[in-house]
Design a protein around this ligand. Structure first.
Ligand SMILES: [Zn+2]
Ligand SMILES: [Zn+2]
Length: 302
C-alpha cells in the first residue's frame, strides 16, 4: 500500500511539473510574440516646445524594469475595474461612459462594472472654483472623499469618469485625468473633449480622447510608468495638442508589461481591439491592430 501511495505521489508530482511547464512556456511564447511587435513601434520624434518631456525629463521604464518593480496586480478576489460616473450626464455623454467601460474591459482583459452615478452637487464649495467661464472640481476631493471611501470589495482598481472640468491643485489650470496608483483610484474628465453639445453622431472624437486618457490612467494604476520607448498611449502629455499626436495603443514594450501582469489572451485581445476600432471607424488603430494580427498569425505558423 505504501508503495502504491509513493507511485501515485510521484505521478501527481510529475503531472504538476508538466502543467506548470506548459503554463511557463505558453507565457514565454506569448512574450516572444509580443516582442515581434517592436517592428510596429514608431519614433516619438524630437521634443517640441511645450511638450511634456521638455518640462518633465523622464528615464522611462523597460519591460525588465517593470518585472523587477513591486507592481499592482489583480487577484482572484479583486479582479474587476469599477467605473464611478460623477456629474449630470446627457444621454450622449453617458454613452461615452458606457463605451469607455466596454473599451477598458477589452484593453485590459478584466471585467468592468459601472457603479450608480453620483451627482457633482455632492462636492462642497471649498473643493470647487471658477475658471473664467465655468466651474471646476478639485480632483483630489473626487479621489479621496468620494472614490476612496466607496471602493467595492472585488475592485482591483476604480476610476471616476466625469463631465465636469477638474484641477489637481490651485497652481494648475486643469487636468484631463489624475491617478493615485498606490490607492488604486483615478479620475478622467471628458469636459475638455467636448466642443459642442454631444449627440449620437458627433460623439466619436470625444470618445477617442476619453479612451486614450482612461486607458493611460488605468495603466498607471497597474504600475506602468510613462513611456519614452516609442509613440505610445503611455507617453506623458502636456495638453491636448500633444495627446492628439499619440496613438490609442501601447507600444510593444508596454504591451509586454500589461500582458505579463494581466495574463490576457493576446489573440483574443487583438480581435476585440480590432472590432472596437472598426465599429468606431478609427482607421489608424484598425491598421495597427490588423498588422498586429498578421504578426501573431505568422508567428503561430512558424
Ligand atoms: Zn500619466
Ligand atoms: Zn510604451
Amino acid at each position: 500500500m505504501k508503495k502504491l501511495n509513493c507511485i501515485l505521489f510521484f505521478f501527481f508530482a510529475l503531472l504538476l511539473i508538466s502543467c506548470n511547464e506548459n503554463v511557463v512556456s505558453k507565457k514565454d511564447d506569448d512574450i516572444a510574440k509580443l516582442s515581434l511587435l517592436s517592428t510596429l513601434n514608431t519614433d516619438m520624434g524630437k521634443i517640441r516646445p511645450g511638450d511634456w518631456l521638455e518640462s518633465h525629463p523622464e528615464k522611462g521604464q523597460s519591460f525588465e524594469d517593470y518585472q523587477k518593480t513591486k507592481i499592482i496586480r489583480p487577484t482572484p478576489e479583486k479582479n474587476k475595474i469599477y467605473i464611478q460616473p460623477i456629474g449630470n450626464f446627457s444621454a450622449a455623454e453617458y454613452k461615452i461612459v458606457e463605451l469607455t467601460s466596454a473599451y477598458l474591459q477589452d484593453f485590459f482583459g478584466l471585467k468592468t462594472v459601472i457603479m450608480k452615478g453620483i451627482h457633482d452637487s455632492v462636492v462642497p464649495a471649498q473643493s470647487r472654483r471658477y475658471d473664467s467661464s465655468h466651474e471646476q472640481l478639485h480632483a483630489a476631493y473626487l479621489l479621496d472623499s468620494i472614490l476612496y471611501k466607496n471602493i467595492a470589495p472585488d475592485a482591483t482598481v476604480t476610476i471616476a469618469l466625469t463631465n465636469c472640468d477638474i484641477y489637481p491643485q490651485e497652481s494648475w489650470n486643469y487636468v484631463f485625468g489624475l491617478a493615485y496608483p498606490s490607492k488604486r483610484i483615478s479620475v478622467s474628465s471628458m469636459f475638455r473633449y467636448i466642443d459642442e453639445p454631444l449627440d449620437s453622431i458627433n460623439y466619436s472624437p470625444c470618445l477617442d480622447k476619453m479612451i486614450k486618457t482612461t486607458a493611460h490612467e488605468v495603466a498607471h494604476m497597474f504600475s506602468l510608468k510613462h513611456c519614452i520607448h516609442a509613440n505610445c498611449v503611455m507617453n506623458g502629455s502636456n495638453g491636448l495638442h500633444e495627446s492628439l499626436r499619440r496613438p490609442n495603443h501601447v507600444c510593444s514594450e508596454c504591451t509586454k508589461k500589461l500582458y505579463w501582469n494581466l495574463d490576457f489572451n493576446i489573440e483574443e485581445r487583438n480581435q476585440k481591439m480590432l472590432d472596437f476600432f472598426m465599429t468606431q471607424k478609427n482607421n489608424d488603430e484598425v491598421k495597427y491592430y490588423k498588422k498586429e494580427k498578421e504578426i501573431f498569425l505568422s508567428a503561430t505558423q512558424q
